[in-house]
Design a protein around this ligand. Sequence first.
Ligand SMILES: O=P(O)(O)OC[C@H]1O[C@H](O[C@H]2O[C@H](CO)[C@@H](O)[C@H](O)[C@H]2O)[C@H](O)[C@@H](O)[C@@H]1O
Ligand SMILES: O=c1ccn([C@@H]2O[C@H](COP(=O)(O)OP(=O)(O)O)[C@@H](O)[C@H]2O)c(=O)[nH]1
Length: 470
Amino acid sequence: MASTHAEAQVLVASNRGPVSYTQDDSGGLTAKRGGGGLVSGLSAIGPDAGALWVCSALGDGDREAVRRGVGEPGVRMLDIPADVHHAAYNGVANSALWFVHHMLYQTPLEPVFDAEFRAQWTAYETYNRSFAEALAQEAADGAAVLVQDYHLTLVPRMLRELRPDLRIGHFSHTPWAPVDYFRMLPDDIAAKVLNGILGADRAAFLTRRWADAFTACCHAVLGPDATSGTRIGVHGLGADADFLRARAHEADVDERIVALREQIGTAPDGTPRRTIVRVDRTELSKNIVRGLLAYRQLLDDRPEWRERVVHVAFAYPSRQDLAVYREYTAEVQRVAAEINERYGTPGWTPVVLHVKDDFARSLAAYRLADVALVNPIRDGMNLVAKEVPLVSDRGCVLVLSREAGAFEELGDDAVVVNPYDIGGTAGALHEALSMGAEERTERTKRLTAAATALPPARWFLDQLGELRAP
Ligand SMILES: O=P(O)(O)OC[C@H]1O[C@H](O[C@H]2O[C@H](CO)[C@@H](O)[C@H](O)[C@H]2O)[C@H](O)[C@@H](O)[C@@H]1O
Ligand SMILES: O=c1ccn([C@@H]2O[C@H](COP(=O)(O)OP(=O)(O)O)[C@@H](O)[C@H]2O)c(=O)[nH]1
């Protein structure tokens, strides 16, 4: 295992690592798989690949694990001071950069680039420097380093200055903002973010659309020659079919299917109720509330679906240090309760909402899905859109936002929606629920092929190959 000083030939750097630790009252540490698509993609590489994964301690449990020397093979967790991490992760990365790339600023959520933000920016620089120094220390001569995402935009240039011998790649898992939106950032910071990434030999993205937006921002902010020293690439991360299909048939998932079937119940004619399934982090860009409003409109416009369908919505906790995420979770709960109050009957709960994460239960929902609802305002890729059709036992129909990166690959076989259009989304849900069995089967076959075209292990190796190419 390549984990000693200056021996690692391949290094990956990301804020979130493969597992996170929690500490119980008696001091014991429990490891839990990190949530979200970046971890789903990178975990598939596995410790056997010999890569060293440098990540950040995210909470007290992780910090305790670092202090005790507890950890996964092939993983180095950096114990960056909690206040620096908080300012960099919540203040800069998940507020300013996430909001710009996902175009989430709208009244009353306005950008505030004031003195507090400047202090957070200084922390973001410190945080990035910690990664650059750790990578410089760990990397063997001429090693390949793959830096992940908007948390670490400054690392490529910092690392190049420390270690000019390295091959450095940067990969963005988010969309990239259009020029006019990106330029909401203060000019000096916009330039630093772009120049930081351009310190890499290669900058890669999930879709051509995001890659082109990045190039356009570089040209607009830095000038027409800005990208001449950096190759720009596209690698559309796919789902890990072998892992998911096997995991979705383990005993704990079967147990949860029984419980979930009970909650879903049967229609008045005795057949199992149809399901519209969604699984997301409780994340503003995932557009969960508009999805619920579209479902409410479906029940209004098409009363024939009442008692015959259930919206299974799993919204697992994310970024709870940010007030706007906590408020969004409350809003999701409020709208779901309102729908249940208005339409529910003694034997029918129209929305089954769970806000605590449970991967086995998520897979149980995938298996029971007749329709998968994926309607983000913007999304780098959205792996859930790729995962549900290949795991569902029912040949599920995908209702997909045209603003998800996955649309580029899955759009032809999905029922496509404008995520802001609640009426249009209600219509799409009706179309999906009404689709005949033969068409569903045909679409599922094509969706599954597209969703698995670039499995995570190959996605990673392709990038490595391109980075090492002369
Ligand atoms: O680490 P968190 O703050 O809990 O957030 C989870 C991840 O969210 C974002 O994931 C993105 O990556 C996926 C895989 O490429 C992609 O399918 C999805 O569209 C993106 O939203 C974020 O970019 C990651 O850094 C986070 O770990
Ligand atoms: O309880 C769950 C349910 C889902 N996922 C995984 O989280 C990822 C979500 O990735 P996606 O690209 O859809 O969105 P992100 O959360 O990264 O923005 C998927 O691979 C899911 O399998 C998870 O970790 N825990």
